[in-house]
Design a protein around this ligand. Structure first.
Ligand SMILES: Nc1ncnc2c1ncn2[C@@H]1O[C@H](COP(=O)(O)OP(=O)(O)OP(=O)(O)O)[C@@H](O)[C@H]1O
Ligand SMILES: [Mg+2]
Length: 353
C-alpha cells in the first residue's frame, strides 16, 4: 500500500486561467522511499510540495498520508498536524537561536529533558553533535543545511519535504551533501520528497524520479531506467544529453531506419506506429576501429571526464541534419576534421514519443 497518495492533484492559482500550475497529478509513494520532483523552472514542483505540506489548498484532487486524507477540495488538515518536516531552500534557521535551540524548535510540546535528548540524537545523526552551542552564522553552508535537516527530522515526521536543498551550495559541497543527505534520510528511515531542477541531484539521491513539465508528470522511473528509457523527447533531452533521430521502424520491430543508417533497439518494439523517434545517448556511441557508423569530427569539446565530439555522418550527410554527439575517452587525441568510426550500444537507444 502506498504511504503517500496524490490523486488527480490540480492547482489553479487564477480561477479564470485555463492552465493549471499543477495538472492532475497521480502519484503513489512507498514508506521509506526518496522521491524527487525534477523539472524546469515554473513546472509546478514547489506548488506540489506546498500542497503536500498543507500551505496550499488543491483546486481539485486529494492527498493522503498514511491512509488518512489530509487534503481534498473541501478539507485541509493544518500543516502542523500532518507530521511533515520541511527543509526550505534558504534553510530558514533562526539566527538568534543556537543550533540546539534551532533543532528543538519543533518540539515545544515535548518534556524539556526529552527535547534535549532528541536534539542531541538528531545532531549526532547529522554529524554536528559538537556544534550545539554555535549560532547559524558560525556554520558553513553545508553545516547549516544539516542543521535544517536535523530540525526537520527532530519531531519524527512521517515525511520530510525539501525544496531545492542543494541550490545554495557550490559544486564540490553539493556533491558531498547529496551523499550525506541521502545517508541521513536512510538512517532516519524517513520518506522524503525532494524538489530540484538539477538532474544530477535527482539521480544521486532518489529511488524514483518524477519528471514534470508545465504541471504535468512526464515520467516516473528509477534514475537508471529514466536515463536508459526516457519516455518522450522532453524527458530524453531534460535528463542528460541525447541524439534524437526520426526514422521508420523496420518490419522486424527491432531496428529503426534513420538518416545515419539502421539503429538497433534494445528489444523488439510493441508500437503500432511506423514513423518513430529514437533517442541515442552520447555514451552509447563507442569509438571503434571499424564501426558500423563513420563520419567526420566537426567539433571537439573537452569535458574533463570525457570529450564531447560532434560528428557529421558520411551516410545521409546533409547540412540540414544535426551532427551526432558522442563521448570519447580523454586519453585519445582527436582533432577537428579527422575521421572516426563508432558503434551504438542498443541499451542506450530508446524509442521516444
Ligand atoms: N502564489 C502564486 N500565485 C500565482 N501563481 C503562482 C503562485 N505560485 C506559483 N505560481 C505559478 O505557478 C507555476 C508553478 O510555480 P512553482 O513555483 O510551483 O514552479 P517550480 O517548478 O517550483 O519552479 P522553480 O524551479 O523556478 O522553483 C508558475 O507558473 C508560477 O508562476
Ligand atoms: Mg520552486
Amino acid at each position: 500500500m502506498s504511504f503517500i497518495h496524490l490523486q488527480q492533484l490540480t492547482k489553479f492559482f487564477n480561477k479564470t486561467s485555463l492552465k493549471p500550475a499543477v495538472d492532475q497529478i497521480d502519484l503513489e509513494i512507498k514508506k521509506g522511499e526518496i522521491i524527487t520532483f525534477l523539472g524546469p523552472s515554473g513546472c509546478g514542483k514547489t506548488t506540489t510540495l506546498r500542497m503536500i505540506a498543507g500551505f496550499e489548498q488543491p483546486s481539485v484532487g486529494s492527498i493522503s498520508i498514511d491512509g488518512k486524507t489530509v487534503s481534498d477540495s473541501n478539507f485541509s488538515l493544518p500543516p502542523e498536524k500532518r507530521g511533515i518536516g520541511m527543509v526550505f531552500q534558504e534553510y530558514a534557521l533562526f539566527p538568534h537561536l543556537n543550533i540546539e535551540k534551532n533543532v528543538m524548535f519543533g518540539l515545544n510540546k515535548w518534556r524539556p529533558r526529552e527535547r534535549k535528548k532528541r536534539a542531541a540524537e538528531v545532531l549526532e545523526l547529522v554529524g554536528l553533535e559538537s556544534y550545539a552551542d554555535r549560532f547559524p552564522n558560525e556554520l558553513s553552508g553545508g553545516q547549516q543545511q544539516r542543521v535544517a535537516l536535523a530540525r526537520a527530522l527532530a519531531p519524527r515526521p512521517h515525511v520530510v519535504l525539501m525544496d531545492e536543498p542543494f541550490s545554495n551550495l557550490d559544486a564540490g559541497l553539493r556533491e558531498k551533501m547529496r551523499i550525506e543527505v541521502t545517508s541521513i534520510l536512510r538512517k532516519a528511515n524517513t520518506t522524503a520528497i525532494i524538489v530540484t531542477h538539477d538532474q544530477k541531484d535527482a539521480f544521486a539521491v532518489s529511488d524514483r524520479v518524477v519528471v514534470m513539465k508545465e504541471g504535468v508528470i512526464q515520467q516516473i522511473a528509477a534514475p537508471k531506467e529514466m536515463y536508459r528509457c526516457p519516455k518522450n523527447c522532453f524527458v530524453a533531452q531534460f535528463v542528460g544529453k541525447t541524439n534524437l533521430l526520426s526514422g521508420k521502424l523496420c518490419p522486424d520491430m527491432k531496428h529503426v531506419n534513420t538518416h545515419i543508417g539502421k539503429v538497433c533497439l534494445p528489444q523488439q518494439s510493441e508500437t503500432m506506429i511506423e514513423n518513430v523517434k529514437v533517442s541515442i545517448r552520447p555514451e552509447g556511441c563507442r569509438l571503434a576501429e571499424q564501426g558500423r557508423y563513420n563520419g567526420e569530427v566537426v567539433q571537439v569539446t573537452y569535458g574533463g571526464e570525457y570529450q564531447e565530439l560532434q560528428v557529421r555522418l558520411e551516410e545521409g550527410n546533409s547540412d540540414s541534419v544535426e551532427p551526432m554527439v558522442i563521448y570519447a575517452p580523454i586519453e585519445q587525441d582527436i582533432e577537428i576534421g579527422s575521421s572516426v568510426s563508432f558503434d551504438i550500444t542498443p541499451e542506450l537507444v530508446a524509442l521516444v514519443e
